[in-house]
Design a protein around this ligand. Structure first.
Ligand SMILES: NC(=O)CC[C@H](N)C(=O)O
Length: 236
């Protein structure tokens, strides 16, 4: 499985994600500058990493969504290949319309950087098929605009379609929902996928919970392994 990580001006999790993928899976990872118009290496997985693309000017992810590489990102997703947006990458996916909804300012109006627990709500997609449905994982968050928003009718539809993949949860009781969302995300939504299950966006950072417990956790390792296993079983 070949991975491409898109680097925008202001990305700051691009190297963390490269390290997490390459050390966990021992597979090649290419760094692709946002001004490219094509992926030279035909990646199986494209990752839009976290950070502050264009300094979060206008809205987080809004300017990156118009980068030259986004045309190739759209074609990659339309071909059914895996596309993952983490934090700022998730914001780029909603801003480009590849996933529904918007990421609004946290209810606290502050930047929140802390550990978070998530319940795996759905495993019928190309990313979490190897995780335990209903299981709790710990990935940290670090954002200012992480309140997932969708108007009520569309939100109900998203829930009915089973497209909520991760929800903020309590690690002890295993309960999940809005009251466990540090940012005020509607229904406690931390990550969603598209209808086909090949595009996933999430605010928490699995790459920061991967390598040698550097940030006090290792649950992210199983996430990368799940993607690789799904790829080995199903292909692109
Ligand atoms: N870690 C990140 O990707 C941060 C995303 C964005 N800059 C925010 O603060 O909401």
């Amino acid at each position: 499985m070949r991975t491409a990580v898109v680097v925008f001006p202001g990305s700051n999790c691009d190297r963390d994600v490269r390290r997490a993928v390459s050390e966990t899976l021992k597979t090649p990872v290419d760094m692709v500058w946002h001004e490219e118009r094509e992926f030279a290496s035909e990646p199986d997985l494209v990752i839009l990493p976290g950070g502050f693309s264009y300094g979060d000017y206008l809205r987080s992810g809004a300017m990156a969504a118009h980068s030259p590489i986004i045309g190739a990102v759209r074609r990659h997703a339309a071909a059914g290949r895996r596309l993952l947006g983490i934090c700022n990458g998730f914001q780029v996916l909603t801003e480009s319309g590849l996933l529904p909804g918007a990421l609004l300012a946290n209810t606290s109006t502050t930047f929140i950087c802390r550990k978070c627990w998530l319940r795996v709500e759905q495993t019928e997609n190309r990313f979490t098929s190897g995780l335990k449905k209903g299981g709790i994982v710990q990935y940290p968050i670090a954002h200012h605009e992480g309140l997932y928003f969708l108007p009520p009718k569309e939100l109900r539809q998203l829930e009915d379609d089973g497209r909520v993949v991760f929800r903020y949860a309590d690690p002890v009781s295993g309960e999940a929902g809005e009251r466990f969302a540090p940012n005020g995300a509607l229904n406690g939504i931390a990550g969603i996928c598209n209808e086909e299950g090949n595009v996933l966006g999430l605010m928490p950072h699995p790459e920061r919970s991967t390598v040698a417990h550097l940030n006090g956790g290792s649950d992210g390792g199983a996430f990368w392994l799940s993607i690789a296993r799904d790829f080995a079983e199903r292909g692109a």
